[in-house]
Design a binder for this molecule. Structure first.
Ligand SMILES: [Cu+2]
Length: 158
């Protein structure tokens, strides 16, 4: 089959662009340590504000020094709204919602979770740089969605 030179050139150009874009996606995912969620845990959204881990959200330090933060994302706040964590230690965020779909993104880190009612979303990160990190909801959840934000304060290591 005869393919014209110009057409062949464009086919190679299109193939090259596909390879380039695929490479960019892979490089960004690997470079940013992005990975699909691999944690599936369910919780009853009707009772989580009353009983269990999420009824008293906040920071829990284990004996081995590991830090876990339980949180709720609900119409239009994160509970707790301000979280203080130590720098240089792995911090696990566990978050769920009693109402609708929310987001939980710690700006400037690779923590970016979808928070769905009935499920516990979890991510672990280590903050190397002390300071204040903005937390935003990045899933449209209602009229005051744009006001839904929190703060993670990273304190210098112990
Ligand atoms: Cu929202």
């Amino acid at each position: 089959m005869h393919v014209e030179r110009t057409e062949r050139l464009w086919m190679w150009a299109a193939t090259g662009m596909l390879a380039l874009f695929t490479g960019a996606i892979v490089a960004t995912a690997v470079g940013g340590s992005a990975h699909p969620p691999s944690h599936t845990e369910t919780v009853n959204p009707e009772t989580l504000s009353v009983t269990g881990e999420f009824a008293t959200p906040g920071l829990v330090s284990a004996a081995d020094g590991a830090v876990t933060v339980s949180m709720r994302a609900e119409f239009y706040v994160f509970r707790p709204a301000v979280v203080r964590v130590p720098a240089g230690i792995p911090v696990t965020f566990r978050i769920t919602s009693p109402d609708v779909l929310h987001g939980f993104q710690i700006v400037g880190t690779n923590v970016n979770l979808t928070v769905a009612p009935g499920y516990v979303s979890q991510a672990t990160t280590t903050f190397d740089t002390p300071g204040e990190y903005l937390v935003v909801c990045n899933e449209y959840c209602g009229l005051a969605h744009h006001l839904m934000q929190g703060t993670v304060i990273v304190e210098p290591g112990r």
